[in-house]
Design a protein around this ligand. Structure first.
Ligand code: NI
Length: 137
C-alpha cells in the first residue's frame, strides 16, 4: 500500500521570554539577548503538521483533513493562541518556551489522538527564518 504524507498549515500568536532562573541577568542577557526582555515579546508562530500513513482505498485519504484541522484547533490553537507561554501554559512554568520546547509540546498534544500506524512530524516557525522540527524520536 502506498504511503503518503499529508500536511496542514496552521498558526497561533503567543508571547514569551527566555531565561534561566539559575543565572544572573548578565549571563541571561548574553545567552538569550532580546528574548530575555522581562516585559515579554510576541511571535507569529506558523506550524506545519505532517501525517504519514497509508492511503485508504475506500476514501483515497490518509485521513480526513477537516478532522485534522479541528484536532489542531482543539489541541494546539486553543491551548497556545494569544497566551503568555511562560505564565499561562503549565508546561512552561519552569521550562523555557523555546521553539524547540514548543514543537515538542505540540507533537505530544497531537500524537495520542492519531491512529498509532500514522507517523507525525511537526514543523514550527518562530520567525520566517527560524524553525524547528520534531517527529518523536
Ligand atoms: Ni522570542
Amino acid at each position: 500500500m502506498e504511503i503518503v504524507t499529508v500536511n496542514r498549515h496552521a498558526h497561533f500568536n503567543a508571547a514569551h521570554r527566555l531565561y534561566n532562573p539559575d543565572w544572573d541577568d548578565e549571563r541571561n542577557e548574553a545567552v538569550f539577548g532580546k528574548c530575555f526582555n522581562p516585559k515579554y515579546h510576541g511571535h507569529n508562530y506558523e506550524m506545519i503538521v505532517s501525517v504519514t500513513g497509508p492511503v485508504d482505498p475506500e476514501t483515497g485519504y490518509v485521513l480526513d483533513m477537516k478532522w485534522l484541522k479541528d484536532l489542531i484547533a482543539e489541541r494546539v490553537e486553543d491551548y497556545l493562541d494569544h497566551k503568555n507561554l511562560n505564565e499561562e501554559v503549565p508546561e512552561f512554568a519552569e521550562l523555557n518556551p523555546t521553539v524547540e520546547n514548543i514543537v515538542i509540546l505540540i507533537w505530544k498534544r497531537l500524537k495520542p489522538a492519531l491512529n498509532p500506524e500514522f507517523k507525525l512530524k511537526v514543523t514550527l516557525f518562530e520567525t520566517p527564518r527560524n524553525f524547528a522540527e520534531y517527529n518523536g524520536s
